[in-house]
Design a protein around this ligand. Structure first.
Ligand SMILES: [Zn+2]
Length: 312
């Protein structure tokens, strides 16, 4: 029995009349889901916008306009996820005075769904990061730092699965090698594990065991390098099921997401939106029926600007 017939058969006579002209579109609406992904990276303690006399970024960034922009998008869209790709800390006196507490509290208030760790998030040592975690109402995802011999043990997660409509979205985090980038006293006994190996392990789990419709990586590896150093591009080439890499670390302003073929020849979307909260990254995905498995997307770089959201 096909589904249309089944519904006809189970509805009462009057309900069939009421639905008879519109049930095709009800089916379409039931199967198609739109998912909006918003993201930041390397915000670096930029709570205030850049000064209005700044040569490059006059009046750009700032938590208040970012928060207003996120709120507006959340009012317009049903399914929204908000992520950060690391380096929350360091860059303004706010961090030097308050150790990251306002940054993390504001991210919680803005409704971040998850974040990962950047090298600068170790700037007050592992203990300094642990101290701010009670202010985070979102998980910190990192799959390739082994914290078992540090105070961060058990306080981060390798991945998290989110449910939006009928969709299951698996999100994991991969982070940069700390040796040579961060003082040993700051990262302590944190062990760096191969990000590609961990990514492959987790994406396979999210695909086969968790049955995710979409797999997202929050990465602080950096967009790409001239050397053979592992980057988002290298990660994309070496994975099989990751659909989107939200990157950070290299402060790259991508005008549009990059598309890199993975191990199976399928394109992986890579995006990064500069630094300092100047822009909010936005990707709108449309998932057609589960059977077709078709997914399309549009992207936008949303500038975060003082008063820009208060025009009306
Ligand atoms: Zn970094």
């Amino acid at each position: 029995m096909n589904r249309r017939k089944f519904i006809k058969n189970t509805l009462t006579g009057s309900a069939v009349i009421a639905l008879s002209s519109g049930y095709q579109s009800i089916f379409a609406a039931d199967q198609r889901v739109k998912l909006t992904i918003l993201h930041t990276n390397d915000v670096h303690s930029r709570i205030d916008p850049f000064p209005v006399d700044d040569i490059k970024y006059a009046g750009m960034g700032g938590v208040a306009p970012r928060s207003a922009l996120i709120k507006k998008i959340r009012q317009e869209e049903e399914h929204v996820l908000l992520f950060d790709a690391g380096d929350i800390f360091q860059g303004t006196p706010y961090f030097n005075f308050y150790g990251g507490e306002p940054e993390v509290k504001m991210m919680s208030l803005m409704g971040y769904d998850a974040g990962t760790m950047g090298n600068h998030d170790f700037d007050n040592g592992v203990e300094g990061f642990v101290k701010q975690l009670p202010h985070a109402n979102f998980p910190i995802l990192t799959a390739n730092y082994d914290f078992s011999d540090t105070p961060l043990y058990g306080k981060t997660k390798p991945y998290q699965v989110f449910k939006k409509g009928r969709l299951k979205i698996g999100v994991y985090g991969v982070c940069i090698q700390l040796d040579g980038l961060v003082n040993k006293e700051q990262f302590g006994n944190t062990k760096y594990l191969d990000p590609i190996k961990k990514a492959q392990e987790i994406e396979a789990h999210l695909k086969s065991k968790e049955d995710c419709d979409m797999i997202i990586c929050l990465s602080h590896l950096g967009y790409k390098y001239d050397t053979d150093k592992v980057s988002d591009v290298v990660l994309a080439q070496n994975t099989s099921y990751t659909d989107l890499i939200i990157g950070g670390h290299t402060h790259t302003f991508l005008p549009a997401p990059d598309n890199i073929p993975n191990k199976r020849g399928k394109k992986v979307i890579i995006n990064q939106v500069g630094f300092a909260g100047i822009n909010l990254g936005r990707l709108d995905f449309v998932f057609e029926s589960k059977i077709s498995g078709k997914m399309t997307y549009t992207s936008a770089v949303e500038p975060v600007k003082l008063f820009s959201n208060f025009n009306s």
